[in-house]
Design a protein. Structure first.
Length: 160
């Protein structure tokens, strides 16, 4: 497994119930964007290493929707779904995100892909939830490890 030279920053805002994730990838924005929008690539990297992912549907366009499941080695399933509110090729994805185990906890997510030149992309993903309690539960759920492992897997996908 290659080790990334880039850190994944995960920050919580003190005054707004949001989580911001920032990461640089050694790939052009169109490649990083495609890895977020092509379900065949998405299943190769989204989530921690100990889960498998199956996409039920993934219509990544403005007005589209998605639903997928992560399954652990013990057979536990975690289903997620949402709607794409705005999709701009190689630049922006705005979507909702719901973990079906907590259906009232809908997050609004904005992912921005910035071209840093020299074949590098900065990704900034901001997730806004409706309460500090929900935000803190999201962070306490172990999402940090899953995000870091997922981005390590994304490095591998982008290098292949």
């Amino acid at each position: 497994m290659p080790t990334s030279t880039h850190d994944t920053r995960i920050e919580v805002a003190p005054d707004v119930p949001l989580v911001r994730i920032t990461r640089v990838f050694d790939a052009a924005p169109h490649k990083v964007f495609r890895a977020h929008t092509d379900p065949e690539l998405l299943v190769r990297w989204l989530g921690p290493r100990d889960v498998t992912m199956r996409v039920e549907h993934h219509d990544c366009r403005t007005g589209g929707s998605y639903r997928y499941v992560h399954t652990t080695s013990t057979g536990f399933e975690a289903w997620f779904h949402g709607t794409f509110h705005e999709v701009r090729p190689s630049g922006l994805i705005v979507q909702t995100f719901t973990y079906e185990g907590m259906p009232d906890g809908v997050a609004l997510e904005k992912v921005v892909f910035t071209d840093l030149g020299d074949g590098r992309t900065e990704l900034v993903a901001t997730s806004l939830v409706d309460s500090f309690a929900d935000r803190d539960a999201f962070v306490a759920s172990g999402m940090e490890g899953g995000v870091r492992e997922g981005y390590e897997k994304l490095d591998e996908v982008l290098a292949s």
